[in-house]
Design a binder for this molecule. Sequence first.
Ligand code: 4AZ
Length: 241
Amino acid sequence: IIGGAPVSITGNPWVVAVSSRSLFGAARAGQFCGGVVVAPDRVVTAAHCMNEDALGVSPAELADLKVVAGRTKLQAEGGHEIEVSKVYVNPTYDGYTREGDLAVLTLARALPAENVIKVAGPGDPVYEPGTAASVYGWGDTTGYGTYASSLRAAPVQVLPDEACEKAYPGGSAGKYRSATMLCAGGPRGGRDACQGDSGGPLVAKGTLIGLVSWGNGCGKSDSPGVYTRISAFVQQATAGR
Ligand code: 4AZ
C-alpha cells in the first residue's frame, strides 16, 4: 500500500492474508496476497495469486495454502489460521490481459458472520468517479520491495474509466476494460496498491467494489490502479463454483 496508514483488523475484519506454509517461513505468516471474506467460509482473491495454468491448483499447492484472518500484524499470535479446502479460479480469467482476475477459496472452517463484507452487485448504484474508497493490504509500501508487517490502508477514489483507458490502451502496460475492471487511485497518484496487495479489497461505503489486480508500477500519477470490478463477478464470488 502506497500513501496509506496503519489500520487495525478489528474495524476491518473482512481483510485476510492469503498465505503459503512454505513461503517466507514464519515471517509474515507466509503472506503473499490479500483476500476478503464474502461468506463465512468463502474468501475471494485474485486469480493471478493462484496457479495460472490450465491445470489449476494441485493438491500439494492446496495443502500449502492458508488464510490468516483477524490479525493486524502478521508475525503476531491470535486470529485464525484456516486451511483451504477448495480453490475455484474464474474460468474466464485471462492471464495475459488479466481480465476476470478473481478466485474463490473455500475455507475448511467457517469464520464468524461478523467477518463478512457486503459485496457490490450488478443492481447496486454505480460508484461514480470521485467516490471515496479505501484499499487494504500488507504489500509493498515504497514500490521497491519494502513489505508491511502490519495492515495498512490508503484512501483512494474511484477514477473515471477514461483515466485508465488513457493509461492502459493496450500493449506492454496492459489494456483496461471498463466492463470488468475498475479504475482507482489518488487524484495525482501517490495512493495505490502495490505488489503483495493483489487480491485484497477496495471498499467504498462499507461495500466491496474491487479486488487489487494490476497497474503500471505503484502510485505513479499517470498510472492508476486497476481492480477487478466485483459487481461483474458477484455470483461467482459468493457461490465460488
Ligand atoms: C502487483 O505486482 C501489483 N498499482 C498490484 C497492484 C498494482 C501494481 C502491481 C497497482 O501485484
